[in-house]
Design a protein around this ligand. Structure first.
Ligand code: FAD
Ligand code: NAP
Length: 336
């Protein structure tokens, strides 16, 4: 393990806020975690950080911060039709996706170019372009910092939901060390979502391979989303709210074009980005922070600002959306 004191987390959060951590420890192995446990480090509150791409840091951190650097990419078993691959939690998510795509193993190619680490992917069951990790997730191995025991979690144990999991509901209890996925050797591609099919058509690809889907997703994401290297952000700041179909009918009286997707017989998912844009926030700027000009769901930091400015802006948007649509927007980003 490597220890640092009074270190800036500016390069470790994609909003780019200059927050100090009193103690930061890079962990490279399960043995490092066991040593920290034996030394009583988990008797106090602590935080685990991966790529810092789903975090809003609002104040200096006096508790121990662990930076997960457990590395591994390994094919652990295979059948005639599937492979099971095992990744260290500290691996970069996109690199893990590329490793699978380049080997012809399908199932996570729609999740190309999502920032962050493999270990954080189960926390909010990352999803994009009609796919979530729960669709191919096999199991994970995690350390319980209260009991000092390792445990295997199956797909069912993780209680995955929309941008949700058992771990999101139990913060500060588990350190995810390894994650496994079962992928297909004869993948069926999924191009039904958003602009993927349009890009394939433009590229005259009629029988897309997983590499084509991955390339299409990378193109769409690169053109639509702000790159944190250029403008600080944490992706979608709010979750898409789920409301009843009867509430939708009421809202449609005033807003017939509201963007909604049926979930089941009684509920619909509303595009939070549509609500924020319709309420007039797209491109809004206040001091050092604002709402992205092309994607209203993404709050941005232009530099020199504070995490608390983003939090204040997010709360203002929350109130405004509630006043206009009677819909509560929930934060997707973790606030520290
Ligand atoms: P961090 O931000 O470091 O941490 C997030 C949470 O996970 C924290 O609570 C942290 O304590 C916990 N955590 C991290 N690692 C571990 C571990 N090993 N053990 C236990 N807890 C841990 N998300 C999507 O779902 N879909 C998208 O399409 C998407 N697009 C994005 C686009 C952009 C431009 C950005 C900036 C973000 C996007 N996100 C998206 C959000 C983000 O990329 C994901 O949530 C990602 O999984 C976060 O990974 P991370 O390693 O950066 O996690
Ligand atoms: P988009 O394609 O413009 O769609 C806007 C919204 O409508 C999305 O929130 C999406 O919900 C929903 N949607 C669109 N087509 C849908 C369909 N066929 N079925 C169900 N829901 C549909 O969205 P975007 O902003 O460019 O993002 C594209 C994808 O990347 C989305 O899946 C989005 O979730 C993901 N993304 C996530 C983050 C993050 O930080 N979480 C950041 C950027 C992009 P879903 O979000 O439920 O898919």
């Amino acid at each position: 393990m490597i220890k640092f004191e009074n270190v800036s987390l500016k390069s470790l959060n994609t909003f780019g806020f200059d927050i100090l951590a009193t103690e930061l420890i890079e962990i490279h192995s399960e043995q490092d975690i066991i040593e920290l446990y034996q030394n009583g480090q988990f008797n106090q509150p602590y935080k685990t950080i991966g790529g810092g791409s789903n975090l809003l840091l609002t104040e200096n951190l006096s508790q121990l911060v662990l930076l997960n650097k457990l590395l591994k990419k390994e094919l652990v078993s295979e059948t005639e039709t599937t492979v099971t691959v095992h990744f260290g939690a500290g691996e970069n998510w996109h690199d893990a996706v590329m490793y699978c795509v380049d080997n012809g193993w399908g199932g996570i190619e729609n999740l190309s170019l999502i920032p962050g680490s493999v270990g954080a992917a189960p926390i909010q069951n990352i999803g994009a372009y009609g796919v979530e990790i729960k669709d191919t997730f096999e199991s994970l191995r995690a350390f319980n910092t209260k009991t000092g025991q390792f445990r295997r979690f199956s797909n069912q144990d993780c209680r995955f939901g929309y941008r949700d999991s058992y771990f999101k509901q139990h913060p500060g209890e588990w350190i995810i060390c390894y994650v496994s996925f079962t992928l297909s050797k004869n993948p069926q591609t999924n191009s039904s979502y958003g602009d993927i099919q349009q890009i394939l058509t433009e590229r005259e690809i009629t029988s897309p391979k997983i590499k084509d889907i991955s390339n299409a997703v990378i193109s769409i994401r690169s053109s639509k989303l702000p790159d944190p290297k250029d403008i600080g952000n944490s992706g979608s700041f709010f979750k898409n709210p789920v409301i009843s179909k009867s509430q939708l009918s009421d809202i449609q009286q005033e807003y017939p074009n509201i963007k909604s997707f049926s979930i089941n017989e009684t509920q619909v998912k509303i595009a939070a980005g549509w609500l924020i844009e319709t309420a007039g926030w797209k491109g809004y700027k206040e001091g050092n922070v604002g709402v992205h000009k092309n994607q209203a769901l993404v709050l941005v930091h232009y530099g020199g600002g504070k995490g608390s400015e983003i939090k204040t802006l997010a709360e203002k948007i929350q109130h405004d959306i509630y006043n206009k649509f009677q819909i509560h927007l929930e934060f997707e980003v973790n606030i520290w």
